[in-house]
Design a protein around this ligand. Structure first.
Ligand code: PGA
Length: 253
């Protein structure tokens, strides 16, 4: 695991201002420990409110548009989310790729826009069950990343990668430990080949897909797993902090 693991909550399309006490509770707990970096990506409508409520945790967005501004009704630019207080943006999530037809070229354009606006990125990759069963999971995931890396100018700490097998997201079924370890190892090698040894040590590779307090410890203990991207279990401070604490304990072990 990385020197400072990174636990990111992805609230997806959940949360109104009634959720702000959860963000505050997560922030208070994060203030009491510095060993783990904690962040939340609420929906666009809550970025500014969460940013104002918290002191320690990072706040991010779940998507951005590739253009700087213009006639794009309903869209939000990277500069706008930065202005609202976001420090990072999740890009290429499978729910965007599937539900909004985002392909590798669009994800790459968004990466360029986000980095240009000074944001860090949490870049998601992951295969479908069909691809895994056909034995091409690694080839597929590394292919997604190669496309994306073409737009990453300065890897290091500005780039975080989240490996999320699609069939493990929101299903309660996380990937097997061996499969996670093998994929994370392959991703680390690709980062090294693409950006060099120093970047390979700095870029954090998160696992996502049904991470919960009960399975976090064994997943976070894997060599190339530097943290977690958490959906469902990030919606309550209690379960999210259970995962944060698993990262602290693992670090101390
Ligand atoms: P999940 O979602 O933890 O609810 O499986 C993870 C994600 O999609 O980021």
């Amino acid at each position: 695991m990385a020197e400072r693991p990174f636990i990111v909550g992805n609230w997806k399309m959940n949360g109104t201002r009634a959720m702000l006490p959860e963000a505050r509770a997560i922030d208070r707990a994060a203030q009491r420990q510095m060993k783990v970096e904690v962040a939340l990506a609420p929906p666009f409508t809550l970025i500014h409110a969460v940013h104002r409520e918290v002191e320690q945790i990072g706040v991010g967005a779940q998507d951005c548009h590739p253009a700087k501004d213009g006639a794009y009704t309903g869209d939000i630019s990277a500069a706008m989310i930065a202005d609202a207080g976001a420090k990072f943006v999740i890009l290429g999530h499978s729910e965007r790729r599937e539900g909004h037809g985002e392909d590798d070229a669009l994800v790459a354009a968004k990466i360029e826009a986000a980095l240009g606006a000074g944001l860090r990125i949490v870049l998601c990759c992951g295969e479908s069950l069909e691809t895994r069963d056909s034995g091409r999971a690694e080839e597929f995931v590394l292919g997604q990343l190669r496309h994306a890396f073409a737009k990453v100018v300065d890897a290091g700490e500005r780039l975080t990668i989240a490996y999320e097998p699609i069939w493990a997201i929101g299903t309660g079924r996380s990937a097997g430990l061996e499969d996670i370890a093998a994929m994370h190892g392959a991703i680390r090698r690709l980062v090294k080949d693409s950006f060099g040894t120093q970047a390979a040590a700095q870029v954090r590779i998160l696992y996502g897909g049904s991470v919960k307090p009960e399975n976090a410890r064994e997943i976070l203990a894997l060599a190339d797993v530097d943290g977690a991207l958490v959906g469902g279990a990030s919606l309550s401070a209690e379960s999210f902090l259970g995962i944060v604490h698993a990262a602290i304990d693992d670090d101390a072990a």
